[in-house]
Design a protein around this ligand. Sequence first.
Ligand code: GLN
Length: 487
Amino acid sequence: MSELHKRTLTELAAGLRARKFSSVEVVRAFLGRIESRQGTLNAFVSVTSGQALAEAAGADRALASGGGGALTGVPIAHKDLFCTRGVRTSCGSRMLDNFVSPYDATVVARLKAAGAISLGKTNMDEFAMGSSNENSYYGPVRNPWNVQLVPGGSSGGSAAAVAARLVPGATGTDTGGSIRQPAALCGITGIKPTYGRVSRFGMVAFASSLDQGGVLTVSAADAALMLREMAGFDPNDSTSVEAPVPDYVAALDAPLAGLKVGLLKEFFDKGLEAGNERRIREALQVFEKLGAQLREVSLPNLPLSVPTYYVVAPAEASSNLARFDGVRYGYRCKEPRDLLDLYQRSRGEGFGAEVKRRIMTGTYVLSAGYYDAYYLRAQKVRQLITDDFRRAFAEVDVLMGPMTPTAAFAIGAKTDDPIAMYLNDIYTIGANLAGVPAMSVPCGFVAGLPVGLQIVGPHFGEARLLNVAHRYQLETDWHTRVPQGYA
Ligand code: GLN
C-alpha cells in the first residue's frame, strides 16, 4: 500500500468506501511522508499522529458497518489559524504559541462531521500576513519544487504539504490571495469562495471583511468534494450567508460550450513575466477548444487594489489584534512591572515585525485626522472595484487572467522590501475587495516552476468555477505533476 499517497482525495474517499484499503493504512502512509519530509519543508506546526490514528480506527469501524460521511477516513490538514479543540492553534505566532482552543472552528467541525481526519496544523505567515511564508514564528516553509524558493503565503504550509503529497487536501484562508497565490506557486488547485460562503467562526481574524476560508487540493474535483462539506450558513457567523450549498461535485461535468470568458485586461500588464503570460495564453486556447468564447474585459479600477487593500486590511487587523494583550490568553511577558508594561512587552515580544508593521499602519489610517484621507477613501475605491466586477459579470460568466506576476522567488529575496512583497498580490486582491470567488489552477511550468491560471466568478459562482476548472483538468495534466523526489 505504499502508493496510497498517489491517489487524489476523491479516489481515497471512494476507495475507503469500497473498502479497497483502510483508513488506518491511508493515515499511516501520509503520516510517514510527513515525518520524513517535515525536516526539509517545515510545512507543519503540529502533527497529531496519535489522535489521527485513533480516529482512523473509528472511521474503519464506521465504514465496516456501512456508515460514515462523504469524507470518512480521508486525511486532511488545517491551516494553523482554524481553532481545533485540544490541539494548539498558533496562527504562526509566538503570541499564540501556547494557545489551545477550547472549541473547534465551524470548518473544522464540519469536516470532522463529514468523516475527514486531521493529521495536523500547517505552517503559515504570522496571523496570515504575508505572501511568502517567511513571516512564521516557526520559520519559513520551503517550496517542494525547489527548497531554496518560497511556497507563497500565507497558506504556504497547506500548499507545500499538498504539493508534496504529504496530505491530499488542506484548508486555507484567503484575505488577499493566501489560498490562490501559494496554490499557484506550488502547482496545485486552490479556491477562495465568495465572502460569506464559508463560516469564519473559529478562524483567527486578520481582516474580517476580507477573510474567507477555502481549500487547497490536487484537483478541482477534490476541491468540490471538500468545499461541499465545509460551506454553508452558520448561526455563529453573522456574515455567513443563508443560501443553500449547491452540490459542487454533481456540477463538475457540465460542458463549457458557449461559456463567456472575460480576459482581465489590466492583469496582462508589464509586471507579468513573459513566460507566465505564455502559459496563461496556452491555457486560454484550451478553453477555446472546449467551446468557450473569449473577449477582453476592462476593470479600470482594479490597478488600485493593492493600495486600497493595504489600507483596509491593516485597519481591520489593528482592531482585531487589539485583543492580544497578555491578559486573557496567549503570550505574556515575564515579570511585568505594571499593567502598561504587561501590555507593551507582551505585544512587543509576542508579535513579529510584519504584524507590528500592519498594526502601526492600521492604527495610523484609522486615527482622527487621517481616517477620511485614508480609510474612508479606501472604502470608496473598494466600492468602485466591486462595481467593476459587477459590470463585468453582466457580460461574461467568468474572468480569467494570471495568478501571480512571476513563478516562485528565492527565500529572502523580498524580505527587506515590504512594498515589493505587497506587489506580489497585484492579481489576487481584487477578488477579496469585491468578495467574489476565485481560484487558481495549475497551467504549466516556467523553468521547472509551476504557474497558475486565475479564474474569477460572480458572487456564489463556486459551482461554475469548479466546473470550468474541472473541464480544463480533464484536458490537461498539469495538476497531476509532482515535484521531483515526492512522487
Ligand atoms: N499577501 C497578503 C497579505 O500579506 C494576503 C494575505 C492573506 O490572504 N491572508 O496581507
